[in-house]
Write a protein that binds this ligand. Sequence first.
Ligand code: ADP
Ligand code: MG
Length: 276
Amino acid sequence: MGIEFEHVTKQYGEAPPAVGDFSLVVPTGQTTVLVGSSGSGKTTLLRMVNRMVTPSSGRVLIDDEDIAGQDPVKLRRRIGYVMQNSGLLPHRRVIDNIATVPRLNGVAKKQAHERALELMDLVGLDENLARRWPAQLSGGQQQRVGVARALASNPNILLMDEPFGAVDPLVRSELQHWMGRIQAELHKTILFVTHDIAEAIALGDQIVLLKNGGAIAQVGTPADLVANPADDFVSSFLGLDRGELDLHLQQTAHGTLVLDSRGRPAGRLAAGQELP
Ligand code: ADP
Ligand code: MG
């Protein structure tokens, strides 16, 4: 179940593969974060899921079905996609941007607008913003509209490509908190891409740390990575060698929580694990 990458590669011309022999299971109802430096192949992997990129070899399965045989337009209408720059249509009002996919799916305008207003409420946007143009919103508001639009056809899968990368740090952290809260309610299968390890720790149930060419350095929960980094590359990426993550522990009735420098839960230590 969920999304499965089976030995996928992507080769562009003569260059080294953008992604080489990548395999991963993205579990249903959880947030999996692909984290890695720029050029490590994150966007290429994400776009294989909605067939915007076709693998050179290997397969991508959704709920055990090879997507190569599926109609790409239909596939995309059941997968929400959120981009870094929100990708909103500038000449459509907020409410019509959110209603785009339901309208394409044949939902009547009135129903599509009612649904759009519900989604605005879910993503924390006041309904009096419905008639605005995207350019009349702040960066953070635009990203919320982007998430609402991606949720509009009620997809089980959400692909998010550095969705909070372009907003300032304070708004970014607010959006991360908010994203965690709505995911706790929605339980979508989320594949989230970022180059920011703190964001990965804040949002990921599962973190996949990538080196160049989509090579997996380590897969695990945030606490797994922090407590048992696979190698120096992982420690260095996590900032453990520089003390940047500033993680500490808190004992609770449910076990040992790992908290980040702002006191946000970054994960949970399994029995027998220790912080390095
Ligand atoms: P990331 O999202 O992690 O920054 P990308 O998946 O965008 O990485 O890119 C991975 C590698 O593939 C990079 O070296 C990039 O230059 C290359 N690449 C991506 N898209 C194309 C393309 N359409 N044509 C040629 N090379 C590409
Ligand atoms: Mg990218």
